[in-house]
Ligand binder design. Structure first.
Ligand code: HEC
Length: 119
């Protein structure tokens, strides 16, 4: 088979694999999610994540956890249930300013992101 064609097919396969994961913008500490296509409620929840979950560490930690299914620091599984426990743990950290309602918004967003990431 034509080599160029093989390369093109391989590229398409990788492109569709990459599509299965959440779209991220930027790198390192500046890493953000592309919230353009999020439903309105999830856009609001994402704003909550940005304001409550980037004070102590970068958003990259949370994005990585959702994308890989593993906490980047603990190496523990990161799924819908452990994500909820993680948010509760974050609420209790010194200096965290996260109300029950804020936590609920973040947990709803994480659940949505897990579903999107699996598409
Ligand atoms: C007051 C500081 C603080 C805030 C605010 C905070 N975190 Fe954290 N976060 C930490 C610290 C410290 C660790 C490492 C120790 C640990 O996992 O408990 C951590 C670790 C994490 C991890 C990695 C867990 C793992 O298993 O590797 C994730 C994911 C995470 N935070 C998400 C969040 C989310 C989501 C929010 C917002 C609800 C948030 N953090 C808000 C301090 C904070």
């Amino acid at each position: 088979m034509n080599k160029v064609l093989v390369v093109l097919i391989l590229l398409c396969m990788f492109a569709s694999l990459a599509d299965a994961q959440l779209k991220v913008l930027g790198q390192g500490d500046a890493m953000r999610l592309d919230a353009e296509k999020f439903p309105a409620e999830m856009k609001r929840n994402y704003e909550m994540l940005l304001s409550k979950c980037t004070g102590c560490h970068s958003l990259k930690i949370t994005i990585q956890a959702v994308r890989t299914g593993q906490g980047p620091l603990s190496r523990e599984p990161f799924n819908k249930q452990s994500a909820r426990e993680c948010v509760t743990r974050m609420m209790r950290k010194t200096g965290a300013d996260i109300s029950n309602q804020d936590a609920k918004a973040v947990i709803n967003l994480l659940n949505y992101l897990f579903d999107e990431n699996a598409l």
